[in-house]
Ligand binder design. Structure first.
Ligand code: NAD
Ligand code: MG
Length: 394
């Protein structure tokens, strides 16, 4: 039996992971589930999956949750609270695999702890990797942890890599990655109308059903910017070797171009249970619960180059990875602040890249050799981004 800890169990990826785990309860045992505040969803998951541990990060909600569990049929579940408890459960001895599915920088420390403890890390939390870069990859190498990408594009690329490929290694005969993007809900919206788009419009993704933060990132295409940086790290490639391709049907999930001219693509219905099941079964395969792809329904596949004027966030991500050092950390932190302020309807959609751009201009690309430098850059960039927001709001 493989013991699994799901960080961010109540989110979109967490729910899909539990769906796959349930189909394979002969192979997977759920050891720990975590949530930030959504105790009702976590309680239902505890009743169904009966983990050994449940973590509620928010202390007030944790008090209520402990009472609920104590009065339930699953009163033997150990309930922990606070963000440190995430690291406790991601490094338990009987946890073999950790699904890193917390959104944003909050997922860094427990994901990194899992990597340092030599666990199999199923990485959905791209922000954790983008902000910590080489430090995360080094932790994986040093401990002998296995790193399996969950982001659909990176999982697709991983599947198109040579047999036995290990994340972070040089894929010698692969000369280019074609990183596909749906283009989000505003792929064809006239640029002058982007100023007035609403939160509801921004989170309504045409192809994928996801959490609110990543949905906004998809609308700005910062998601693809973060994924570009993620791909550089996971596949040890330079940004020039990665071409972003808008493919609105979201059937091909990315491609690898080899030196002999062969281009390998991974295809499938747009459902995150496919990459999740791939990583959970790896190096074998098992059923994900997703309907087979009906190729006749696809009919047509389109491919376009992205327009960096329409999507300035993608340009900023190229700038951050080319600058290196702390710049991806700053980009990520400023983006998290800006997206949150947009979701709270304090700023306009088109303010998001302006805030990130101005924030990045305040920092130089100092090199990164410790986690402390990363955490400080993240904190400083957030403070700077909030200052810029106040200037815009008032
Ligand atoms: P979501 O918003 O649906 O869920 C987020 C989860 O993180 C929840 O369980 C929440 O309780 C937890 N969480 C939020 N803030 C927290 C905090 N401060 N401390 C501890 N836990 C916290 O998000 P999602 O769509 O499931 O995405 C999760 C991650 O996976 C993101 O990094 C996203 O970029 C990545 N990802 C998601 C998809 C997708 O289809 N949803 C696809 C690719 C990658
Ligand atoms: Mg993706």
């Amino acid at each position: 039996m493989i013991g699994i800890c799901i960080l961010g169990a109540t989110g979109s990826i967490g729910v899909s992971t539990l769906d796959v785990a349930k189909r394979h309860s002969d192979k997977y045992k759920v050891i720990a589930l975590t949530a930030n505040t959504n105790i009702d969803a976590l309680f239902e998951q505890c009743l169904e999956h009966h983990p050994e541990y449940a973590v509620v990060v928010n202390e007030d909600q944790a008090v209520l949750f402990k009472q609920k569990i104590a009065n339930s049929t699953v009163s033997d579940i150990k309930v922990l609270s606070g963000s440190k408890a995430l690291e406790t459960v991601s490094t338990l001895d009987n946890v073999d695999s950790v699904m890193a599915a917390i959104v944003g920088a909050a997922g860094l420390l427990p994901s990194l702890a899992a990597a340092k403890a030599g666990k199999t890390v199923l990485l959905a939390n791209k922000e954790a990797l983008v902000m910590s870069g080489d430090i995360f990859m080094k932790a994986v190498r040093d401990s002998g942890a296995k790193l399996l990408p969950i982001d659909s594009e990176h999982n697709a690329i991983f599947q198109c890599m040579p047999a036995g490929y290990i994340a972070g290694e040089d894929a010698k005969q692969a000369r280019r990655i074609l990183l596909t993007a749906s283009g989000g809900p505003f792929r064809e919206t006239p640029v002058e109308e982007l100023h007035d788009v609403t939160v509801a419009q921004a989170v309504a993704h045409p192809k994928w059903d996801m959490g609110r933060k990543i949905s906004v990132d998809s609308a700005t295409m910062m998601n693809k910017g973060l994924e570009l940086i993620e791909a550089c790290l996971l596949f040890n490639m330079s940004p020039d070797a990665i071409q972003v391709v808008i493919h609105k049907q979201s059937i091909i999930h990315s491609m690898v171009d080899y030196v002999d001219g062969s281009v390998l693509a991974q295809m499938g219905n747009p459902d995150m249970r496919i990459p999740i099941a791939h990583a959970m079964a790896w190096p074998e395969r098992f059923d994900s619960g997703v309907e087979p792809l009906n190729i006749f329904d696809v009919r047509q596949m389109d491919f376009e180059e992205p327009n960096l004027e329409r999507f300035p966030c993608l340009r900023l991500a190229y700038e951050a990875i080319n600058a290196g050092g702390i710049m991806p950390t700053v980009l990520n932190a400023a983006n998290e602040v800006a997206v949150d302020e947009f979701l709270n309807e304090r700023i306009k959609f088109t303010d998001i890249p302006v805030i990130i751009d101005q924030c990045m201009a305040e920092f130089s690309a100092d090199s990164v050799d410790t986690l402390e430098i990363i955490l400080k850059a993240d904190k400083d960039a957030r403070e700077q981004a909030y200052k810029i927001v106040e200037g815009i709001v008032h």
